[in-house]
Design a protein around this ligand. Structure first.
Ligand SMILES: Cc1cc2nc3c(=O)[nH]c(=O)nc-3n(C[C@H](O)[C@H](O)[C@H](O)COP(=O)(O)O)c2cc1C
Length: 212
């Protein structure tokens, strides 16, 4: 009996040490619970937001916290080709607003705009040569994965996003001095939703997935 109690106490102590140790899975679980949203809620409430609340701001520290999520994303051979250029100051924000074509009015009150790129010739490459027919598409694939982590983490933190494929890549490259080795993909707006968005229609599961 006494031996059993000692074993139980030791297990409890180990569990509490695990949860107090920064960076381990226990502390991460606690952090996401503190945000008060379940993963299912994040998935269900994440929507493309095309109207932002101009009275709310987001700090650089919050964006930094958000971007730690992209560091967790998987990538080809852990190449981590995704890069992010964050417009958070007035001047750069205004400049980016003018480089997203017809999206301009949709994101004009978003306090943060993030330009996404990926480094070419990394994901999908082995010793400098494409590993298969997809070549640099794998970089775009990895960037999409990272961006997915970003938008879901944003929702978990109570923020909203819009991924924009309509953007002027050459001018964005110039604005942020993005090197030629990187390919500009999307611009993502970050802010707080103003009103509730329309629910998009989803294709039936049997049209999307085939079971054999
Ligand atoms: C790669 C990509 C590019 C997109 N580009 C735009 C865009 O330029 N403008 C826009 O309003 N929405 C854009 N969207 C958002 C989609 O229209 C949206 O994800 C889709 O209608 C489903 O709605 P939901 O995101 O609310 O689920 C883009 C989404 C993706 C993934």
């Amino acid at each position: 009996m006494y031996k059993k109690m000692i074993i139980c106490a030791a297990i409890a102590l180990m569990a509490s040490a695990c949860c107090n140790n920064e960076g381990n899975s226990c502390s991460k679980e606690t952090a996401s619970q503190n945000n008060g949203v379940s993963f299912e809620e994040v998935l269900k409430t994440r929507r493309s937001i095309r109207s932002y609340d101009s009275s709310k701001t987001i700090s650089e520290a919050e964006v930094r916290q958000l971007l730690t999520a992209v560091q967790e994303a998987p990538s080809w051979a852990n190449q981590q080709p995704s890069k992010y250029y964050v417009a958070i100051g007035k001047e750069k924000l205004e400049a980016v607003q003018n480089l997203v074509g017809g999206n301009k009015d949709r994101i004009k009150n978003a306090p943060v705009l993030i330009v996404c790129t990926f480094e070419k010739g990394k994901s999908g490459f082995f010793q400098g040569n494409p590993a298969n027919e997809l070549g640099d598409y794998w970089g775009a694939y990895d960037n999409g994965l990272s961006n997915c982590y970003l938008i879901l983490q944003a929702r978990a933190m109570g923020f909203d996003t819009l991924i924009m494929g309509m953007r002027e890549s050459d001018k964005l490259r110039e604005l942020f001095a993005i090197p030629p080795e990187e390919m500009v993909t999307a611009v993502i707006s970050l802010g707080y939703r103003l009103g509730e968005p329309k629910q998009p229609q989803h294709r039936p599961l049997d049209e999307v997935a085939k079971f054999f």
